[in-house]
Design a binder for this molecule. Structure first.
Ligand SMILES: *[C@@H]1O[C@H](CO)[C@@H](O)[C@H](O)[C@H]1NC(C)=O
Ligand SMILES: *[C@@H]1O[C@H](CO)[C@@H](O)[C@H](O)[C@H]1NC(C)=O
Length: 409
């Protein structure tokens, strides 16, 4: 005699949605703009020559400090990194820093405040751009997935405009997007030569334009999202309708394929989001009936043997249902007094299933809600039980979820 009884309880925890750190959400009235920062290597080229007066030099630095506030500065893959080179009479690498120097935004912004105004009596803009493009933002120093951006802050009064233009052209050709920000008494043509296009030229004095450049350079990928009114707090299905659910099936009756269908159905059901809380699951199955067979001399005619044989099929589900309708919905196997008792009888359909009505009746008498999952989809139905329909075990699982979690108004 082999009797297998397998009862297991599956407890499912809630899944925490991961928080997206860098997302910023802008309210645009009719919709929301959800934006995420793109990684950037930002190479700043700052004019420290005498043609820019103290006030304008300070203005340029303040612009930078304000501008950098919007970025995620750091050493991470998605962060923005910043380098600076200043120039006047030649370049001043000792006043600047390379991309890896600052991983903290506050430190970076403080360091920019400390950059000295050299009052160089020459304006080596081309040299500054060349240093930025070849020593600081060259591909061997930068992350291949990050956009490289050159930001030149100058009045555009270099004495070597051809060299400036050529250095900027080479920087752009190497893949660096060039912007020019004008401070002081600006020579527009040189700014355009640096940026390569008037659309990437801005003036520090114009606050409207500064807002513009902030947005242009923010390099955010944004998606529009429709506004939704705040959804009412959802009632967790299992809180309103807790249930202890037993699946009952006989592998002997279902065969290998049918048994696999039954276990897939259970697997599919317990993975449904609505099943996360308030439900407990058990399985009653086994090589039933508990029948030891009969000896050679027990029956003397065919009809008696047939009658006996027919009890096998009948007693399979019957013996299993015995387990469910006994104490299994109560204390000892995890049953809860406040939960609806539910039995899902998995049937292969066909003739044998006709005997299920008796089992349905027994369970119903004990207050158990009964569902019948018919593998064959033959359309069987039993009084007092709900037949679960669906082309695949997944559909059947979803059908069961719908039955267990009625939508409430
Ligand atoms: C920046 O990198 C260059 C090499 O590309 C190096 O020559 C220079 O010393 C570095 N500067 C600092 C401040 O580390
Ligand atoms: C079969 O045998 C049993 C006794 O073992 C007897 O009672 C029954 O009438 C028999 N049935 C037939 C159809 O001969």
């Amino acid at each position: 005699m082999i009797k297998l009884l397998c009862v297991f309880i599956v407890a499912l925890g809630a899944i925490n949605a991961s928080v997206v750190k860098r997302e910023t959400i802008h309210d645009k009235g009719t919709h929301l703009l959800v934006c995420e920062q793109e990684p950037i290597e930002l190479g700043i080229v700052l004019d420290s020559s005498v043609s820019i007066d103290r006030k304008d030099f300070k203005k340029g630095k303040e612009f930078l400090q304000d501008f950098l506030q919007q970025f995620e500065i750091g050493g991470g893959d998605r962060d923005v990194r910043v380098s600076i080179i200043t120039f006047g009479k030649g370049i001043y690498p000792e006043d600047g820093f390379n991309l890896t120097k600052y991983t903290d935004k506050d430190e970076l912004i403080a360091a920019i405040g400390n950059i000295p105004h050299r009052l160089g009596r020459y304006t080596s803009t081309g040299e500054g751009i060349e240093y930025m493009a070849t020593a600081q933002l060259a591909s061997q120093f930068t992350r291949s997935w990050a956009e490289r951006v050159g930001l030149v802050i100058t009045d555009g009064n270099s004495q070597e405009s051809a060299k400036t233009k050529e250095a900027a052209r080479q920087a752009r050709e190497s893949g660096i997007t060039m912007f020019a920000i004008g401070v002081g008494n600006v020579k527009d043509q040189e700014l355009v030569n640096i940026a390569g296009d008037a659309s990437r030229v801005f003036k520090v004095d114009s606050y409207d334009e500064l807002e513009n450049i902030k947005q242009t350079l923010a390099h955010q990928t944004c998606i529009r999202q429709l506004k939704t009114t705040t959804p009412p707090p959802q009632t967790v299905c299992g809180e309103a309708n807790p249930a202890d659910i037993y699946f009952v099936f006989s592998p002997a009756e279902l065969g290998l394929e049918g048994t696999s269908w039954a276990t897939s159905l259970i697997g599919s059901l317990i993975k449904q989001e609505q099943m996360e809380e308030g439900f407990r699951f058990g399985v009653v199955s086994g090589s039933c009936p508990d029948d030891e067979g009969f000896n050679l001399d027990e029956y003397s005619n065919v009809s008696d043997i047939e009658t006996r044989l027919s009890t096998y099929a009948a007693s399979r589900m019957s013996a299993l249902v015995d387990r469910v309708s006994g104490n299994d919905f109560y204390g000892t196997t995890g049953g809860r007094s406040g939960a609806q008792d539910v039995a899902v009888l998995v049937s292969s359909g066909g003739k044998r299933s006709r005997r299920l009505q008796a089992e349905v009746d027994r369970l119903r008498n004990e207050g158990v809600e009964v569902f019948v999952a018919d593998i064959s989809g033959s359309g069987i139905s039993f009084e007092g039980a709900t037949t679960l329909t669906g082309a695949t075990y997944k559909d059947v699982a979803l059908n069961l979820v719908t039955q267990l979690c009625p939508t409430r108004n």
